[in-house]
Design a protein around this ligand. Structure first.
Ligand code: C2E
Ligand code: CA
Ligand code: CA
Length: 629
């Protein structure tokens, strides 16, 4: 006699759980699909087990055919369940055996063989047979356990090898618990074959997976109408190069200002309405809400983006009615074809987000189109960022020096420090490619201090004065100047190497002094410590003479574009300007001197110092010492 009493409540709980789970939207990724399959398979497995046991208990002789069918289905779902648990383990650990055809086939083989055994079972009777007393285990019933233990084994092994990929302890614990419950269930099944107990263990296993990985809320946003940023990341990460979508980004124009105007609560209500509208209108697309008023729709490759933009524009012309107000929002658009790209999920997302932010600033109806070059560019930036971080962390930012020449004597009297980092192959990455990244990622301060420290060390060890080099110019980023303790920190470095701060000339650009009052405090502090200030890149931005005059610069560097322009079309403006600067007490340096003609012209125009490839390209410290000793 079979004891069915555990199976009924298990089935009931599982069905209730299934209904709840199915009622919420799910992201179409592998682990969610596997999980749905697992739940359905388990429901079928319990149901067939109950039916066959019940018939066997009551009236087996008249239902031989039915017993064959129901038991057959039961055993197939039994194998499928073992396979699904393994599949789920594989998918959350991001193991993909598809690329390894042999292993992929091997993991499927037991399932296929088991199913074949079930199909030929009415003839062979290997797994079970039915006689006049009812169900009897067959001669090769062991097959069933071999298959189940096989999947349990490879599931545990995969877990053991790749568990580190699960970032949270809760994930690891729940996945382990799930596999452990299945194994225990199997052992119970062997020990107490007439109790249908294993299903209860499976229910436990399904619950432990659902707690850690399958709570649909972790992927939802805006009352469940849209997926969230995390879902987008998971989706893009899993699809990888197999992604085939047209992407339409929609972003609220001036989101923060709108939020200030309408207030947080109303804005949230409004965004919920927008989410609901988008989910309904573009129900063929996957809709994501990426915080801060940014929506991303992923549709099929042949999606009519133009029509979608028109429809969105039409809708956004009218208001969104919240309880208290009619809210009008303007939006900007971004389009991108996500088709066989080779980039990482990080790259794809940051490129899209950057474009979305840009669109949010513009708020124009013409979408910003993100090209594949754009993704490549982000990827390169990511590479450079990595090199930059390695260089900063490993104290490997290099100091290069370019001499500054006295225009009268033609001798090197100063030098500018220009930083360099290297890529994985040891090739130099120029600062034009990494300074702005360092500024954005907040590491420019460390970089700047490393450069200054290396410059100090160079000055202490070599004593440039002896070679006639009277000062060394160091570039200062506007971001560095935002730091209130900048002067103190620089002073500490100077003191550490016991050098005269007079030797260091700090180059800052005019764009730095937009916030004049604050900057004047900062530059005064630096001057108080003894540093000298130089105005860099004069002639690239808009200039304000009165402001320049109010800062304690000792030298003005004319940018190479201005110099080249003057050499091409000489006139009286530049010489006059140089003259007035000199009357104000500034000395003048011309950058970008590439040939004798340029040098002559700039000397005649009144420049005191010349810098450029004519004299030397920026060279390493060792080369510099060798050349100028
Ligand atoms: P910059 O301060 O204007 O530096 C001069 C740039 O012009 C250097 O480029 C130099 O190699 C280049 N140059 C010099 N002479 C000639 C010439 O005759 N012809 C041409 N075509 N170019 C010439 P580099 O080294 O690539 O640096 C680019 C920029 O990166 C610098 O422009 C500076 O703004 C920034 N930078 C470099 N090092 C640092 C640093 O340590 N900190 C900060 N904040 N910025 C740095
Ligand atoms: Ca400079
Ligand atoms: Ca410059």
């Amino acid at each position: 006699m079979w004891n069915i009493s555990f199976a009924y409540p298990t089935l009931l709980i599982l069905v209730l759980f299934m209904v709840f789970y199915m009622s919420l939207p799910r992201l179409p990724i592998r682990r969610n699909r596997v999980f749905v399959n697992l739940v359905l398979i388990e429901v079928l497995c319990i149901a067939t087990d109950i039916v066959s046991s019940w018939v066997d208990n009551h009236d087996p002789a008249t239902h031989v055919f039915l017993l064959h069918i129901v038991n057959g289905v039961y055993f197939i779902t039994f194998f499928l369940r073992s396979f699904s648990i393994y599949s789920f383990t594989e998918s959350v650990l991001m193991v993909n055996l598809r690329d390894n055809k042999l292993l992929f086939a091997l993991t499927k083989l037991p399932l296929v063989l088991g199913t074949i055994c079930v199909f030929i079972n009415p003839i062979t009777g290997w797994i079970f047979y039915i006689d006049e007393t009812g169900y009897r285990t067959g001669t090769h019933y062991g097959i069933v356990y071999i298959i189940a233990f096989f999947y349990s084994f490879i599931s545990f092994s995969t877990f053991a090898v790749f568990r580190k990929r699960l970032t949270r302890r809760r994930y690891r614990y729940c996945l382990w618990l799930c596999n452990m419950l299945i194994l225990t269930g199997l052992i119970f099944r062997i020990a107490f074959p007439t109790y249908l107990l294993m299903h209860t263990f499976c229910l436990g296993a399904i619950f432990s997976l659902s707690v850690a990985f399958e709570d649909p809320e972790t992927h939802l946003e805006l009352h469940g109408t849209m997926f969230n940023g995390r879902a987008l990341r998971d989706y893009v990460e899993e699809k990888g190069s197999r992604m085939e979508h047209m992407c339409l980004g929609v972003t609220v124009f001036k989101y923060y200002d709108m939020r200030d105007v309408y207030g947080t609560t109303q804005m949230d209500t409004c965004l919920n309405l927008v989410g609901k509208y988008m989910a309904q209108t573009f129900n063929k697309c996957l809709g994501f809400y990426y915080r801060k008023g940014r929506f991303i729709l992923l549709g099929p490759l042949d999606m009519d983006v133009e029509a979608a933009v028109k429809e969105l524009e039409r809708r956004f012309k009218s208001s969104w009615k919240t309880e208290n107000a009619d809210i009008y929002l303007n939006v900007g658009f971004v389009t991108a074809k996500l088709d066989h790209y080779k980039n990482s999920a990080d790259t794809v997302l940051s490129t899209l987000v950057r474009a979305l932010n840009e669109a949010g600033e513009k708020g124009e109806s013409t979408p910003i189109e993100v090209s594949s070059e754009e993704f490549e560019k982000t990827e390169r930036e990511t590479d450079i960022k990595r090199c930059l971080e390695n260089a900063i962390d490993g104290d490997a930012v290099e100091v290069f020096l370019q001499p500054i020449i006295d225009s009268e004597t033609g001798r090197a009297v100063g030098a500018e420090v220009l930083s360099r980092i290297r890529d994985a192959e040891g090739q130099i990455i120029p600062p034009g490619n990494f300074i702005s990244i360092a500024e954005k990622s907040g590491r420019i301060n460390e970089l700047g201090e490393q450069i200054l420290e290396k410059t100090c060390k160079f000055i202490r060890d070599w004593e440039p004065e002896k070679a006639g080099i009277k000062w060394i110019n160091v570039n200062l980023s506007p971001v560095q100047l935002m730091r209130l303790d900048l002067a103190d920190r620089f002073e500490d470095l100077i003191n550490k190497y016991e050098i005269d701060p007079d030797l260091i000339h700090l180059e800052i650009t005019e764009e730095t002094i937009i916030e004049a009052e604050f900057m004047s405090k900062q530059t005064d502090a630096l001057c108080d410590k003894g540093f000298k200030l130089v105005l860099d890149d004069y002639g690239t931005g808009y200039s304000n003479l009165a402001r320049i005059k109010s800062f304690p610069f000792i030298n003005i560097k004319l940018d190479k574009s201005l110099v080249w322009d003057y050499v091409e079309n000489p006139g009286f403006i530049i010489p006059n300007m140089i003259n007035s600067f000199k009357n104000m007490g500034f000395s003048i340096t011309a950058e970008g001197i590439e040939d004798e003609n340029m040098a002559d012209k700039m000397r005649e125009a009144g420049c005191d110092f010349l810098q450029g490839f004519l004299y030397s390209r920026p060279i390493s410290v060792d080369e510099f010492i060798e050349k100028y000793s």
